[in-house]
Design a protein around this ligand. Structure first.
Ligand code: SF4
Length: 523
C-alpha cells in the first residue's frame, strides 16, 4: 500500500478548467458553488488563496476522492502545494483496511505535536479512519479540526465554510445517505488514466471488511451523468477511463433508464475518443455473462478483469460471508475463459482467516493453480474494528499465516513467470505512462494491465506504442518498439510539453504503483 499526494506540479489544471467550462450552470448535486461565478473559480484556480496539501492512503477510490476534494477546495480559492510545511490546510485521506495503514495516519498526526508545528494550520482527517474513529480524534489529537468520512463528502463545502467562519471543530460522520460525492470539477492527478466513480459504498458486509461501516451503504450514480462525465474526460484529453466502485458491477442505474452494468460498460466504451476502459472492483456474486459479452463486442473494454476470490475453500468463503462457493466462483472464471479475447485475470486472497485449516489453505493453493491468475494481491488476515470476524475466536497463529502467505506468493510468482514467458515474441500496444531517464526505459501498460518496459524517450509519455516482448520476469515484461510512429493518446499540448521536458515522470510511476496496489481493495 502506498500513499500519494496531490501536487501542484502534477495536477491537471487544464482538466479542471475544461470541466468548469463544460459543467452545467447548476451543479448536479445541488452543492453550493463558491465563489459565485465560474469565471471567478477559474481565476482563483491555483490563485492566491490559502494553500492546501492532501496526502492519500489506500485504494484508487481514495485517490479519486482526494482528486474531488482538491477540486472542492480549489473551487473555494485554495491553492495546492507540495508539502504540509507550506500548507494552511493539511488533509489526510485515510485507509483502515489494515491496521498498519491506520497507524500511519496517527504517526503523521503525532508529528504535529512537536514544537507547535500545527499552529495556525487547519488539520483534517478524511476517509475510513476518520469514519471509524469519529470524534475520538479530537481527544487523541487535539490539533485536528475536521473529521469527515467519505459518505459525508457531499457536505465538505459546508464544513469548510464553518471552519472559515471560525468554528474550531467540525465533523461529517453520517452514514445514512443516498448521496454520491458529486463535484463541480475534479482536479485529476493521473494524466493518463482518468478515474470515474460510478457507485459508492457497499452493502455486502463481508465478515472481515470495514468498508460498509466506513463508506456507508451502496449508492449508484445515474447513468446519463456518468456518460456526461466520461465525455468531459475525453474533451480533457483522456483516452483511458478507469471505472471505480467498491463493488463496481453492483451498479444499477437509479434513473428511469434502468441500464444494467454491462449496458453502462458498452455505452462508456462507445463514447467517441475513449480508447481504453477498465473497471474495478468486481464482486463474483454480481459477475454475469453479459459483462463478458460486452467485452467481446467492444474492443475498447480492456482484456482485464479483477475478480477477488479471497479464499479457495467453500467453508472459509461461507465463514467470510462472501455469498458464493468455490464452484460458483470457478463458473465465473470459466465464463471469462470462454471470451473471444484472452482476458487477463487478477484477484485478492486472504490467508489465515479465522478457522482456516491446512486443508482449506490447500484448497486456496489449488484454486490459484487452477485459475492461473496474472496477478494476485495476497494478505494475512488481520481483524478490523467493528467487523464480525473481530469476535471470532479460532484465530490462526501469526507464524502460520506468514508461512501460508509465503507459500502462496511463491506459487504465484512461478505462475506469473511461466505465463509471462509465453508472451515473448508477441507484439502489444502499450500506453506509455512513464520514463526512467537513468535507464532510458519507457514504462508502458498493455490492455491486459501488464507493465512492458522498452528503450524509449520522455516524448513517448502519453503515447500508444507497438512493442514486441523480448524477455519476461514474474512482474513485468521487457520489449522493443517495432514502430517508431508515436500515436498520441490525445493528451493536450500542456501535458506534451511536460512530457518533453521530463516533468511528471515520477508522478506517472507513483500512480502506477497506486493503481496496482489499489487492487487489494473493494470486492
Ligand atoms: S470485501 Fe468488498 S464486498 Fe465485501 S464488504 Fe468489503 S467492499 Fe464490500
Amino acid at each position: 500500500m502506498e500513499n500519494t499526494h496531490l501536487s501542484s506540479q502534477t495536477g491537471n489544471l487544464r482538466d479542471a478548467l475544461i470541466q468548469i467550462r463544460n459543467a452545467p450552470l447548476a451543479p448536479e448535486s445541488g452543492m453550493a458553488v463558491m465563489p459565485s461565478t465560474r469565471a471567478d473559480i477559474a481565476q482563483e484556480l491555483g490563485g492566491e488563496g490559502k494553500s492546501f496539501y492532501i496526502e492519500t492512503f489506500g485504494c484508487q477510490m481514495n485517490v479519486h476522492d482526494s482528486e474531488k476534494v482538491a477540486g472542492v477546495l480549489m473551487a473555494r480559492g485554495y491553492r495546492p502545494v507540495d508539502s504540509h510545511e507550506e500548507a494552511d490546510v493539511i488533509l489526510y485521506n485515510t485507509c483502515s483496511i489494515r491496521e498498519k495503514a491506520a497507524q500511519k495516519v496517527f504517526s503523521r498526526l503525532g508529528a504535529f505535536r512537536k514544537g507547535g508545528a500545527a499552529a495556525g494550520k487547519i488539520i483534517g482527517v478524511l476517509g475510513c479512519v476518520a469514519q471509524q474513529e469519529g470524534e475520538r480524534f479530537f481527544e487523541r489529537t487535539p490539533h485536528v479540526s475536521l473529521v469527515c468520512g467519505s459518505a459525508s463528502y457531499a457536505q465538505l463545502p459546508d464544513l469548510l465554510a464553518q471552519l472559515e467562519s471560525g468554528n474550531r471543530r467540525v465533523t461529517g460522520l453520517g452514514l445514512d445517505t443516498e448521496a454520491c460525492f458529486e463535484t463541480e470539477f475534479t482536479r485529476r492527478d493521473n494524466r493518463f488514466r482518468a478515474y470515474l466513480t460510478i457507485i459508492e459504498g457497499c452493502s455486502q458486509h463481508c465478515a472481515f471488511c470495514v468498508v460498509p461501516m466506513t463508506r456507508g451503504p451502496e449508492r449508484s450514480r445515474p447513468g446519463e451523468r456518468i456518460i456526461t462525465e466520461c465525455r468531459r474526460l475525453v474533451d480533457g484529453g483522456y483516452t483511458e477511463i478507469q471505472i471505480l466502485g467498491q463493488i463496481v458491477n453492483a451498479w444499477r442505474d437509479p434513473s428511469p433508464a434502468r441500464w444494467c452494468f454491462a449496458e453502462l460498460l458498452a455505452r462508456i466504451a462507445e463514447v467517441r475518443g475513449v480508447r481504453r476502459v477498465r473497471f474495478t472492483t468486481s464482486h463474483p456474486l454480481y459477475f454475469t455473462p453479459d459483462i463478458v459479452a460486452a467485452i467481446d463486442s467492444h474492443p475498447t473494454l480492456c482484456n482485464q478483469i479483477h475478480l477477488p476470490v479471497q479464499a479457495g475453500s467453500s467453508r472459509v468463503l461461507a465463514r467470510m460471508l462472501r455469498g458464493y462457493s468455490r464452484e460458483e466462483y470457478l463458473e465465473r472464471i470459466n465464463c471469462i475463459r470462454k471470451a473471444r479475447r484472452a482476458i487477463s485475470l487478477s484477484t485478492d486472497m486472504i490467508v489465515g482467516f479465522c478457522g482456516e485449516g491446512e486443508d482449506d489453505f490447500l484448497e486456496t493453493l489449488s484454486l490459484l493453480r487452477e485459475v492461473e491468475y496474472d496477478q494476485v494481491f495476497s494478505f494475512k488476515f488481520s481483524p478490523r474494528p467493528n467487523t464480525p470476524a473481530r469476535d471470532f475466536s479460532d484465530t490462526v497463529p501469526e507464524e502460520e499465516k506468514s508461512r501460508r502467505l509465503a507459500e502462496l506468493q511463491e506459487a504465484q510468482r512461478e505462475i506469473q513467470l511461466r505465463r509471462n514467458l509465453k508472451l515473448v515474441g508477441q507484439v502489444f500496444e502499450v500506453l506509455v505512462e512513464g520514463y526512467q531517464p537513468r535507464s532510458g526505459q519507457a514504462v508502458g501498460r498493455t490492455t491486459t494491465n501488464k507493465v512492458l518496459n522498452f528503450h524509449g524517450e520522455s516524448a513517448d509519455i502519453g503515447c500508444y506504442q507497438q512493442v514486441k516482448v523480448t524477455s519476461a520476469g514474474p512482474n513485468s515484461l521487457v520489449g522493443e518498439r517495432i514502430c517508431d510512429k508515436r500515436q498520441s493518446s490525445a493528451i493536450g499540448p500542456d501535458l506534451e510539453h511536460r512530457a518533453q521536458s521530463g516533468r511528471g515522470t515520477q508522478s506517472a510511476i507513483a500512480h502506477r504503483q497506486s493503481a496496482i496496489e489499489g487492487g487489494a481493495y473493494g470486492s
